[in-house]
Design a binder for this molecule. Structure first.
Ligand code: ADP
Length: 718
């Protein structure tokens, strides 16, 4: 027999092997096979009898892990074709660790034997009652009973506790589908019924759940999840969230609804949890998974529903390594698996909205907030007419509103999407700007850490005392504000207020995020100053005043989606205000109040804004009415980058309905010491731009030092 094996490596296709005597393999099996001098883990893609198999190298080992389902394999192939990338790249995302494919490790736990022994102290009694409740390891028993491990050891020696070997990866609790959900409003009930109907077709179908912030989208899709899991005993459901920061709050709501925590999957879980989650999903025991975009690649057998919460969120797009848009891949995954998909948002992406308007997705609307809550009033502050005092960033009207909220015992949120203190550090003597050494970007001053930081690469250095160029001492001035600088101003204005900063610097992990969100939700913070991390999904009942420090910030740069994204994030931020009974107000500081985008924000006229945006994109043949792809060539040496770029320029296939622009130096022409050149390809909607990119890149032979990256439907134009 001949087995074709795909490896998690950048290879164009599977390799052929002979299946040795005594081994049987089937498609999806995990195997170890030789490549050159190495033994590498891969997945059997197909098996067939072949006379030539005798001459091939032999498979080394078959791993015991559950085989990769057929649908996962087809998904890998589809994704690779779409992303114009080798399928091995996607296989690597599907099967990350070999540990999950080996026999599960076992651990020793202890249970009471009931045997009589010496004196029963209180400490001993506590351990015995813990162990009777749930047998656990000696260390866990000691911890749970609040005693030293010596106590547990004493009980073991006395024969009161006996060891048992069990699988280290215990199964997850099964969601309890008989528990009732919340009582839904009429609007919510109708939306839930439509989603349930979609799930119950048992085949592919997509819906846009289009509800304003606070309308109860989560409550509604929880009902769809319940319906999906109820389809049969092995049914699985997947809920994707854009940000790990959100998982804890949503996990809790799932736990309340189903009496069991869903399986968590994102970059911050440890290797043990990863192994357990992967195995339980692969073996069909994990029923409900909540995770970041990478959870889409888990080996589900029996997926009945995918929910993409905050579907508009740009973090669904991955653009380093293999570029892909998880939302689009999720729709493809749902099609391949014949399941339902729900895209939920208060500010849907133009792509999704156009799909809904064209009838490809059902459009389910929740236009009202739940309960007594109403949408906030949004007011523009024209920074030309109503400027902040010199050296300050908050206009008097915003200061007043924050003051009023404070006086009423309510909270304020100030939004500026810039970490650190100041985005630019300049020598006042010679004008020198502090720049990253190997990347074309300005260093951002972080006052709390006293460092200058490159936000692109993470490079940082202490802020120098003298200008490296003209050697003038103490000559640096900080230009522009970041969250730290706004906090400084707020502390001066409201010395008694409890002020906190919420950014990836102050909340670098899920735990820290949860702590800030909890403090805010419990009213322990008066004024929260945050980056885009605050814009997402949080419910702060006492928050009534929202201020956007610089609404124009996101509009700079030639990004296709700059307007759409600015509208989304600002209306999400504004939507944090007044989510309970108290009315909210949002203030948007801008130099461009007459811009249609700002006017639409003030009027909360999302549909008007998106219609204008759509008309513009349609006229230019831009996504979603046309297709875009980027090709980026980079090399440590500028000449090599230029030569490779011109080779690509000459090799570009001529095709009707396809325009190739470039090469041009990328706006960030040097990153981590690599010189970058960009092409942008625009094609009509009916053209397979992925196939075009694949055939184009196959025409050019490039030296080893040159890297080529293809990005289908780019979101990042740097
Ligand atoms: P969205 O996801 O649309 O922003 P959520 O589902 O988070 O809205 O709901 C907003 C708030 O209203 C949450 O605190 C939620 O618990 C509450 N809520 C929504 N619907 C209901 C309901 N039917 N019964 C009770 N509380 C609800």
């Amino acid at each position: 027999m001949l087995a074709r094996v795909l490896f998690p490596l950048p290879l164009p296709e599977p390799f052929d092997y002979r299946v040795p005597e005594g081994m049987t393999v089937a498609p999806g099996d995990h195997v170890i096979a030789p490549i050159g001098p190495r033994l590498v883990r891969g997945v059997v893609w197909s098996v067939e009898p072949s006379a030539s198999a005798a001459n091939l190298r032999t498979l080394d080992e078959k791993l015991p892990g559950a085989p990769l389902p057929d649908v996962s394999r087809r998904f890998i192939e589809w994704a690779a074709k779409y992303a114009a990338a080798p399928p091995g790249h996607f296989l690597r995302m599907v099967v990350r660790s070999e540990e999950a494919l080996r026999e599960p490790p076992s651990i020793t736990v202890y249970a009471p034997t009931g045997a009589a022994f010496g004196k029963i102290t209180q400490a001993r009694a506590q351990v015995l009652s813990q162990a009777a409740n749930a047998p656990a390891t000696a260390a866990d028993l000691a911890r749970a009973a609040g005693v030293s491990t010596g106590v547990v050891k004493g009980l073991i020696d006395a024969g009161a506790l006996a060891p048992m070997r069990i699988d280290a990866d215990s199964p997850y609790s099964v969601p309890d589908l008989t528990r009732p959900g919340r009582t839904l409003s009429q609007q919510q009930g109708q939306a839930a019924a439509e989603l349930i109907a979609l799930v119950e077709t048992g085949s592919f179908g997509a819906a846009l759940l289009d509800g304003v912030t606070g309308s109860g989208k989560t409550e509604v899709y929880l009902e769809a999840v319940a319906a999906a899991l109820a389809r049969d005993e092995t049914a699985q459901a997947l809920v994707l969230l854009p940000e790990i920061a959100l998982t804890q709050a949503v996990m809790q709501r799932f736990e309340e609804r189903f009496g069991a925590a869903p399986v968590e999957w994102h970059s911050a879980i440890g290797p043990k949890q990863r192994r357990r989650a992967w195995r339980e999903v692969a073996e069909g025991r994990a029923r409900l998974v909540l995770g970041a975009r990478s959870a889409l690649f888990l080996p589900f057998h029996s997926l009945k529903l995918i929910v993409i919460d905050e579907e508009h969120d740009p973090s669904y797009k991955q653009d380093d390594g293999v570029a892909y848009q998880a939302r689009d891949l999720a729709v493809a995954r749902a099609k391949l698996g014949g399941c339902a998909i729900v895209l939920a948002s208060a500010t849907p992406s133009l792509e999704t909205l156009v799909n809904a308007q064209a009838g490809r997705y059902r459009h389910i609307a929740l236009p009202l907030r739940h309960g007594a809550a109403t949408m906030p009033d949004v007011e523009l502050i024209d920074l030309k007419l109503d400027p902040p005092d010199k050296g300050r960033w908050l206009a008097p009207k915003l200061v007043q509103a924050a003051q009023d909220a404070l006086a009423r015992g309510e909270q304020t949120l100030l939004y500026i999407n810039r970490r650190g203190y100041a985005p630019l550090t300049l020598c006042r003597c010679c004008g020198h700007r502090m720049q990253s050494p190997d990347t074309q970007s300005w260093l951002v001053e972080h006052k709390y850490s006293g460092r200058l930081v490159c936000h692109l690469t993470g490079f940082s250095m202490p802020k120098p005392r003298e200008c490296p160029k003209c050697l003038a001492p103490e000559s640096f001035v900080s230009i522009g504000p970041g969250v730290e600088r706004i906090a400084e101003e707020v502390n001066e204005l409201f010395p008694d207020a409890r002020v906190e900063i919420f950014s990836s610097d102050t909340a670098p992990n899920g735990e820290a995020v949860r702590a800030i969100v909890d403090r805010m939700a419990q009213g322990e913070i008066d004024i929260l100053i945050g980056t885009q991390i605050v814009a997402k999904g949080h419910n702060f009942p006492m928050l009534t005043c929202v201020g956007v420090i610089d609404a124009d910030l996101g509009l700079k740069g030639g990004d296709l989606r700059a307007g759409e994204r600015t509208f989304q994030v600002l209306s999400q931020v504004a939507g944090r205000a007044g989510r309970a009974e108290r009315k909210g107000r949002a203030f948007i500081q801008t130099y461009l109040p007459e811009e249609p985008l700002m006017q639409a924000l003030a009027a909360m006229d999302r549909d008007g804004f998106l219609a204008a945006e759509a008309a513009q994109r349609e006229a230019l043949g831009m996504p979603p009415f046309g297709r875009l792809a980027a090709l980026i060539v980079s090399a440590p040496d500028e000449r090599a980058a230029n030569e490779a770029a011109s080779a690509f320029g000459e090799a570009a296939p001529a095709a009707d309905g396809v325009d190739v622009y470039g090469p041009a130096p990328a706006p960030l022409a040097v990153v981590r010491g690599r010189h970058r050149r960009r092409f942008l390809v625009r094609a009509n909607r009916d053209i397979d731009i992925s196939a075009f990119m694949t055939s184009w890149s196959a025409r050019v032979k490039i030296p080893n030092a040159v890297r080529v990256q293809i990005d289908i439907d780019p979101y990042n134009f740097l």
